[in-house]
Structures are given as structure tokens and as C-alpha cells.
Design a binder for this molecule. Structure first.
Ligand code: 13P
Length: 303
């Protein structure tokens, strides 16, 4: 089936099933194009919780669809490619959290949304890259264990020096590719460009940036800016919205390897199949569901 025919079938199925399609900023262009909402993980988790549609096709990775299911257990949440995972999320287990709690009983656990539901269930509150600083700063405990991303954790630690923050050793394999030298080289090639990076980058990369934020915050910053050139330190999928919203501006990606192989798994074909066959349905065990819902709801309540 050609692209136009696929798109038309997706729109038809979407109407018939009264489904909502959401896509993360890292999805391939064609998938972002057919989505009802495109954004970062915080924005999408709010959209999925607030919208009335009973069927959600989540074009992202597993933990994102799982979070949508936890926040709206009665809805049918579909992930077009069931093996679209997140290596960072897999770097911590529920058992690790149990051991940390035994070792540091006075500490509260702030867990990045890039984590399995079983880990969220044992955490005090969830955060995303767009609200991690706020959540840690405002959480009513000065002793925090931040997991699983050590880079986002160290960014938070710099912004909230008054708190004692223990970091877990996880990291995003895609953002980790960007080195300090890449930023120095990009800056010398494009001396007028501002450097915008995601906080999953290494601390020495974050140090050299003009702006640090989630994918949506990067897109919003570049769109609102009077500057005309930007060096982008996150997955290339963000270029879709950056270019669409800013046809007069120039964007340079910091590293040619900024491609998350898992985020790129969803295709128009798999979105169409997800709608047609109502697959792959995300389910979460009841006991895990309750604990993870409490921690996610706490994040939404803190804003
Ligand atoms: P966002 O918070 O921008 O959605 O980032 C999520 C992510 O997985 C980055 O790699």
C-alpha cells in the first residue's frame, strides 16, 4: 500500500474506532504527521489522561504507552511495535529499588518516567525531563535517590544544590554518544548558533549548552527565539517540528548518530495494523498498577 492510501486508511480507522493517536517528538516524520498530538513524555501523559477517547495508539516506546495505561486503566492503549523498548528504562529493576530503600531508609525515590512500571510502583514520585528540577526541588524531603538516569540526575543536582541527591548509574545510549568535542566542533563551525541540548546528555555537554530542556522545551525555545541558528543535542526526530514551525531558521544536529532505534520502529504500516487489529494492547498487573498510579498521579499533582 502506498503512503497516501495508508494515511487514508489510518484516518478512516481512527474515526470508526474513535481513537486518539499520539506521537513522541522522536517518531519518524510520517508518524508525527498523522498524529493528533505530538510532544514530550510529560505533555503526552497529560493528553492521554485528559482526552475522552477510549482507544489510544501511543507512537513511542513501551514505558510511555505503559504510563498512559496506568493513568487511564479503563482505556485500550495500543503500542504499534511491541518490542519498541528503552535501554535506559531497563537499567533499573524493582529489586534494585528495594535494596536502595533498605540501604537508605530516610531517602525518597524520584523516578524518571523512562522506567518500568514495577520500578515506578516502588517510587515516591515520577518526573520527566521537563519537570525533574521542579519535582526534586519541591518534594518534601531533602534526601533524594534519583533514578535511573545519572545524567538527568546530575543536571537536577546542579540546579538543586541544597538537596542531598544519590544518583543511579543508568544512561541513554543515544544521548551518551555526544561528547564535549562534538559541541566544541559544532560551535566552531556555526559560531552564531545557540546550543540546545536534552538533559540526558553527559554533564560536560550540558555545561556547554545555552539551553537545556525536554524535546518540547527545546522546540518551544527555538520557536520563541529571535536567533536564527541552533545546534541541537537530542534525537533527530525533533527536527520535524523544529523545521515545520521555523522554516526561516537553521538547525544542525550535534552528532550524526542521534537516532533512537526503538523510537524509529513505529511506521505508518504498524500504526494502521495497531488500529485494525487493536494491537499491541498494553496491560499492567493490578498490584503494580496501583503503586505506579500513585507515583504518576503525584507528579501530575505537583505539575
Ligand atoms: P522528553 O521528556 O523530551 O519526552 O524526553 C524523553 C526521552 O526519552 C528522551 O530521550
Amino acid at each position: 500500500m502506498n503512503i497516501e492510501a495508508l494515511k487514508n486508511e489510518i484516518y478512516k480507522l481512527k474515526r470508526e474506532k474513535n481513537a486518539l493517536i499520539v506521537a513522541h517528538n522522536y517518531q519518524i516524520d510520517e508518524v508525527q504527521e498523522i498524529a493528533d498530538f505530538v510532544g514530550d513524555s510529560f505533555y503526552l501523559s497529560k493528553v492521554c489522561a485528559e482526552r475522552p477517547e477510549e482507544v489510544i495508539v501511543f507512537c513511542g516506546v513501551h514505558f510511555m504507552a505503559e504510563s498512559a495505561k496506568i493513568l487511564s486503566p479503563h482505556k485500550k492503549v495500543l503500542l504499534p511495535e511491541i518490542d519498541a523498548g528503552c535501554p535506559l528504562a531497563d537499567m533499573v529493576t524493582a529489586e534494585d529499588v528495594e535494596n536502595l530503600k533498605k540501604k537508605y531508609p530516610d531517602y525518597s525515590i524520584v523516578c524518571y518516567i523512562n522506567s518500568p512500571a514495577s520500578v515506578k510502583a516502588k517510587s515516591d514520585v515520577i518526573c520527566t525531563s521537563s519537570n525533574a528540577v521542579k519535582i526534586v526541588r519541591e518534594f518534601p524531603n531533602d534526601k533524594i535517590i534519583f533514578l535511573p538516569d545519572k545524567n538527568l540526575g546530575s543536571f537536577v543536582r546542579k540546579q538543586v544544590p541544597e538537596k542531598d541527591i544519590i544518583l543511579w548509574e543508568g544512561f541513554c545510549i543515544t544521548h551518551y554518544k555526544i561528547k564535549k568535542e562534538d559541541v566544541e566542533k559544532a560551535k566552531s563551525l556555526h559560531p552564531n548558533a545557540l546550543v540546545l541540548v536534552h538533559p540526558e546528555c553527559r554533564p560536560e555537554v550540558v555545561e556547554l549548552a545555552d539551553f537545556v530542556g525536554s524535546t518540547k522545551q527545546i522546540i518551544d525555545f527555538a520557536t520563541a527565539s529571535k536567533e536564527k541558528e541552533f545546534i541541537i543535542g537530542t534525537e533527530m526526530g525533533v527536527l520535524y517540528s523544529l523545521k515545520k514551525l521555523n522554516p526561516d531558521k537553521k538547525f544542525y544536529i550535534l552528532h550524526p548518530g542521534m537516532i533512537c532505534p526503538n523510537m524509529k520502529k513505529n511506521t505508518l504500516q504498524s500504526v494502521r495494523d495497531a488500529l485494525l487489529y487493536e494491537r499491541y494492547q498494553i496491560e499492567v498487573e493490578e498490584e503494580i498498577m496501583q503503586g505506579a498510579k500513585r507515583a504518576l498521579a503525584k507528579m501530575l499533582e505537583m505539575g
